[in-house]
Each structure stands twice: as structure tokens, then as C-alpha cells.
Ligand binder design. Structure first.
Ligand code: FES
Length: 336
């Protein structure tokens, strides 16, 4: 195991889960999600208690799930309530059910120790729930470990090599991180860029046509192992002109593969009517390149036949803190 399990992870987006079954493999476990008649979402281990057969290959009977092999039937809490070939189900016949919270576009599932979910609610994401914000999202699956993804998005000095078209004209290097705020469980950095004209993508999505130079403030936050938040604000002489938030719900499928639920959110007075499509295109292109590098790094790590020390630089400060937080969570879970 090389990711924490005592965590809320995004298992699906709201629009993926309806009356049918949504099977997904997360934290090395097959899970099936489905929507109940009261509109809430249930999540069960996608494996019948009788034989190794997925519940998602069966069918619904109202809020019950009927296995497609011998017909054992489960309620939304995972209890076996019917075995067609006998009067009563064997005592204790049950599949694991997972706590679920649906918030904005995300369906969060607690994958850790039962009961632990009451101590740690899922992270709050008000910018994904309206209030003047618009959002577009997509799901990617990346053949790389969760930690590599967090480290990658906590050090954006890679933009000059990887995404030069994203850099405002005239900026040769990112200034150092001004503030790195750390707590026991999270880390966040802030960086302000000197004033510069708009890059073509910024002009397109912001709707700003001014020849004025603008400031930018960028932040990156490791919120939990399951959530990374990046903000980017373009500021003119009258204050913020465009606010962007890139939200990554990172969910381990296994040690070497991670689902990425990405949401790009915006708020600004002058944004173009097509801003959602434009932002989706800009960030999808970035994601393609990010994924290529991340999967290459995972292959390099897999080729290392012995632990190898890699050099760190100042820009790694936030990423190293995130690594320590995750490693201590993993060690604590192993020690139990
Ligand atoms: S395998 Fe599900 S009922 Fe037999």
C-alpha cells in the first residue's frame, strides 16, 4: 500500500451515478455505486458474499441489489436480506458498505476504518457549488502513484519547460514561493507574479482586451490526500478580473494508478460565453502533457532496482511537506 486509506476520496461525479450501477475500482477494491429512491447514493463492495461475482453484473429491485448468479439480494447497507434457495440468509451474510457524501459535482466515499468518517468530514468545496462560479470537469486515469501527482501539482515551476504558452509574456521565471503554510495535515503555498500583459489564453477566457498589464496570484494547496486545489487570479487596477480554480480529486485505483477528477472553475465579470469550452480545451491540453510526464516518471521508478536518492531544490518545499504528511499517514495506518 502506498497511499493512505483513512481518507475521503472522490469515487464518481454526480452525473455518473443514476438508477443503474456505476462500478469503479478504488483503493484496490471494486466498488459499485447506485442512486436510491430518495436520491441519495449508496456504495457497496462490488463482490457478492456468496461467490466471487460482481454485484454490478446483477440488477436492481427498487433499492435492493440482486446478484446475477444465484440471486442473493442485498440492501443499501450491504446486508443480505434474501437467499432464493432457502428461507433465511445465513447470519452475518453481508458485503462492505462505504459511507458516502455527495457535495457539488463529487461523490465522496470514505475508504478507511469504519467509524473514522465521523471524525473527519470530506473537504469543503464551496466554489464547486455555484455562488457565481461556473465549472467544467472530466475524469482521467493516470498510470502513476498518488504521491507523484500531488508533488507534480505542488511545483508549477515545470510550466516553463512543459507549458510555455501558459506563461504571461515577459515573465522569465516564477518568483519563489512567498508563503508556505503548513499544518499537521495540509500544506499551501502562495506566489505573486510581477505585472505583465495577457497571454493569448488569458485574453481569450477572461474577455479582457485591455493593453494594461495585470498581476497574478497563484496558490496551490494539498488539502487532503484526495484533494488538491490550485487558484489563479488575474488582477487589474480595479481588483480581480478573473478567478480560476483547478480542483483535482485524486483517488488511488491501485499503488500505480490514480483516477483524477478534475474541475476547472471560473468567476469573472467579462468572461466570454464560451469560457467553459475554452478552459476545458486549454487545461485538457495541459493535462495530456502532465499525464505523459507522470506516467514516464512512474515507469522510471518501477525500473529503479534499489531505493535511489533524488536531489531536491527550493521549489520542492511544499511538495516535500505533502510527501511527509502522506508518509506519516501511511505509517500510522500500517502500525495499527
Ligand atoms: S455469487 Fe452471488 S448469489 Fe451466488
Amino acid at each position: 500500500m502506498s497511499y493512505p486509506q483513512d481518507c475521503w476520496y472522490v469515487a464518481a461525479t454526480s452525473d455518473e451515478v443514476g438508477d443503474g450501477f456505476t462500478p469503479r475500482r478504488i483503493v484496490d477494491t471494486s466498488v459499485v455505486l447506485f442512486r436510491l429512491s430518495d436520491g441519495s447514493v449508496a456504495a457497496l463492495e462490488d463482490r457478492c458474499a456468496h461467490r466471487p461475482y460482481p454485484l454490478s453484473a446483477g440488477h436492481r429491485e427498487g433499492d435492493l441489489v440482486v446478484c446475477g448468479y444465484h440471486g442473493c439480494t442485498y440492501d443499501a447497507a450491504g446486508r443480505c436480506v434474501r437467499v432464493p434457495s432457502q428461507d433465511n440468509p445465513p447470519s452475518g451474510a453481508q458485503v462492505r458498505s462505504f459511507p458516502v457524501v455527495e457535495r457539488g459535482p463529487f461523490i465522496w466515499v470514505w475508504t478507511g476504518t469504519p467509524g473514522g468518517e465521523r471524525l473527519r468530514p470530506p473537504p469543503s468545496t464551496p466554489w464547486l457549488q455555484g455562488d457565481g462560479w461556473g465549472s467544467v470537469g472530466e475524469l482521467r486515469t493516470v498510470a502513476a502513484n498518488l504521491l507523484l501527482l500531488h508533488e507534480h501539482y505542488l511545483d508549477l515551476t515545470n510550466v516553463f519547460e512543459m507549458h510555455p504558452e501558459m506563461v504571461p509574456p515577459g515573465i522569465e521565471a516564477l518568483p519563489p514561493m512567498e508563503e508556505v503554510e503548513m499544518s499537521e495535515v495540509s500544506v499551501s503555498y502562495t506566489r505573486e507574479l510581477p505585472k505583465a500583459p495577457l497571454a493569448p489564453w488569458e485574453a481569450q477566457v477572461s474577455g479582457l482586451t485591455s493593453a494594461e498589464s495585470f498581476g497574478r496570484k497563484e496558490t496551490g494547496t494539498f488539502v487532503t490526500p484526495g484533494l488538491h486545489k490550485q487558484t489563479y487570479t488575474i488582477t487589474g487596477s480595479d481588483g480581480p478580473e478573473l478567478e480560476l480554480v483547478r480542483t483535482h480529486g485524486f483517488t488511488p485505483e491501485s499503488a500505480g494508478t490514480t483516477h483524477v477528477f478534475v474541475q476547472i472553475s471560473w468567476r469573472g465579470d467579462a468572461v466570454s460565453p464560451d469560457v467553459g469550452t475554452q478552459l476545458a480545451d486549454v487545461f485538457a491540453e495541459m493535462a495530456d502533457r502532465d499525464i505523459s510526464v507522470l506516467e514516464t516518471m512512474q515507469r522510471c521508478l518501477d525500473e529503479d532496482t534499489a531505493p535511489r536518492r533524488y536531489v531536491n531544490v527550493k521549489a520542492d518545499r511544499a511538495a516535500l511537506r505533502a510527501r511527509r504528511i502522506m508518509q506519516s499517514m501511511i505509517e500510522e495506518e500500517r502500525g495499527r
